[in-house]
Design a protein around this ligand. Sequence first.
Ligand code: ADP
Ligand code: MG
Ligand code: MG
Length: 244
Amino acid sequence: KPALEVLDLDFSYITGKPILSDIHFRINKGEMLAIVGKNGAGKSTLSNLICGFIHPDHGKILLNGSDIADKSIKERGEAIGLVMQNPNQMISKPMIFDEVALGLRVRGVPEEEVKERVYEKLKICGLYPFRNWPVSALSFGQKKRVTIASILVMNPEILILDEPTAGQDYRHYTEIMEFLKHLNETLGITIIMITHDMHLMLEYTDRAIVIADGELIADDKPAKVLTNEAVADRAYLKKTSLYD
Ligand code: ADP
Ligand code: MG
Ligand code: MG
């Protein structure tokens, strides 16, 4: 069964003004793929639909073959972790340890187990040396990793990252991408990267799903997407190259 399947999905915020139309794709377990499109294409809307913050007008979302229409945000969150664009919007605790521990503590996990699981994920995320530091002492890239650790600690099957490299310089950008690739390869987590960055999808993903004006216009290997003139033009992929 695919890890995630989206079938004939339609969505509009305002009746009669479609934002997403007939979106359909499947993602296999352990894949690392990109959902690409220019600003306003509907990428964040799609991730919000998957996580249950909003609901489709038509169509289905299947997780491991089961329809999740009736699942709450919290229930979906056990399997699907969403890392939002700005870490500062996600972090609510002053101390790194407390931030990563939050989800477990809310669920009443015993403190001994909390410590064990938080330390394990801090190690994976390269943050263990900072375990007793305040969040405010970290760089943007490190804060991003704190938000990733706080989601990994819940052991999600799927990790969705909305614009993971937005606003980062090249060093942090590479650091984050290498780290995600490592997570995908070592933990086998399915990773969905939402991005407008063509370089990102070429370098790090196996497959790219392209959305333009709310429609899915390509689902193919990144190199093929980029060499398809009609698709690249419609999705403005060329204009977002780092090499322009
Ligand atoms: P992307 O993440 O690809 O930049 P979004 O999913 O954020 O695109 O937005 C898709 C479209 O939906 C845009 O036209 C945007 O203006 C519109 N939109 C986003 N959020 C809302 C909202 N809460 N209410 C009405 N329209 C919205
Ligand atoms: Mg339809
Ligand atoms: Mg967005």
